[in-house]
Write a protein that binds this ligand. Structure first.
Ligand SMILES: [Zn+2]
Ligand SMILES: [Zn+2]
Length: 334
């Protein structure tokens, strides 16, 4: 182990000397160069792709970390994910040289499977919109499967008054009979989940990279904890609120299945989350690093994807999400 120590110190030293902006550009895999403008006196910033032809055909300006749209991640507050978990993040280079997964001709479909124990089912209106959003977000075919009865099929427990199902056990069940064309199978439930005996709960769990994942919407309801089993009350939690939380959780968990790790660089959909306020403050979009990773494997058209996402949020009456995309599109297509 003696040899690894000095090596680590050198890398750390290099990082400390870099400014925050340089570090972010390094993580995205682009380079800023300052060039003389047309009059020879003014200077302009230009950006270069550090990976050249490896990312063929994608305009590097989609990944410029424009401060108007992307906020570098600030210091975590007490109780936040990064205050309790030491994470080192994942640069674009680490992603493409690591264990990532992407769709291919054989494995090209995502499956969304509603799971039910004793609680209310995920509303049909939410499921159909989730399917549509996943199609846009990943640029892939998404199939909504039949609801599966899970009670008695996996390990469960009462945590105080709350009924919970074992998330890892659910993944084991989903691993059986994965459809032949499945890129991934994601379970979605209103039942609360736990990953290990010593943990209180988990919002979701996915094999990363891997084919199966599960996530719960139980803790996104304002009446969570009032009964042992989740009951939906649309007067207290309108469908639009459930939908935006469900879309964010689903895409975050599915993102792990492509090998995306938690993002520590920007405010981003791939930020880890420890509590409801933290999940709610997480944006519904990806930062330039995570967008670049996902585009690298999914090969979607970035502008078309932004347009489809804007239309989706607009149809569902979610103006905050729609407005960000509207502004982003105006900037990128100017
Ligand atoms: Zn996560
Ligand atoms: Zn990110």
């Amino acid at each position: 182990m003696a040899t690894s120590k000095p090596k680590k110190a050198i890398v750390l030293g290099k990082r400390i000397n870099m400014s925050l902006d340089e570090r972010l550009l390094e993580a995205i895999g682009i380079q800023k160069i300052t060039v003389k403008g047309s009059t020879g006196e003014e200077v302009e910033d230009e950006y270069n792709d550090k990976f050249g032809s490896k990312n063929s055909g994608v305009d590097v300006r989609y990944f410029i970390p424009d401060k108007e749209f992307f906020t570098p991640k600030g210091k975590p507050r007490k109780g936040d994910w990064l205050a309790e978990h030491r994470e080192t993040g994942q640069t674009f280079k680490q992603y493409i040289t690591g264990a990532y997964r992407g769709p291919c001709r054989r494995y090209n479909t995502m499956y969304l499977i509603p799971l039910v124990f004793k609680e209310d089912s995920v509303p049909k209106e939410v499921l159909s919109q989730l399917t549509k959003f996943a199609e846009i977000f990943f640029g892939m075919k998404v199939k909504l499967g039949k609801e599966r009865e899970m009670l008695g099929r996996v390990k469960d427990r009462m945590n105080g008054d709350i009924y919970q199902a074992h998330a890892g056990n659910i993944l084991d069940k989903l691993d059986i009979n994965v459809p032949r064309d499945a890129f991934c199978v994601a379970g979605i439930t209103m039942c609360d989940l736990y990953p290990k005996e010593e943990w209180n709960f988990v919002f979701g769990l996915a094999r990363s990279p891997g084919k199966t994942g599960v996530y719960s919407l139980a803790r996104y309801l304002s009446n969570f904890g009032e009964g042992s089993f989740t009951e939906i009350n649309l007067d207290r939690d309108p469908l639009s609120t459930i939908l935006v939380r469900a879309c964010k959780t689903m895409c975050h968990e599915m993102g792990h299945m492509f090998g995306l790790r938690h993002c520590i660089h920007f405010d981003c959909l791939m930020n880890g989350s420890n509590h409801l306020d933290e999940s709610d403050s997480r944006p519904s979009f990806l930062c330039p690093i995570c967008l670049r990773k996902l585009q690298y494997v999914c090969k979607f058209d970035i502008i078309q994807r932004y347009r489809d996402m804007r239309d989706f949020w607009s149809e569902n009456g979610l103006t905050e999400q729609k407005d960000w995309l509207e502004r982003r599109l105006a900037k990128l297509t100017a």
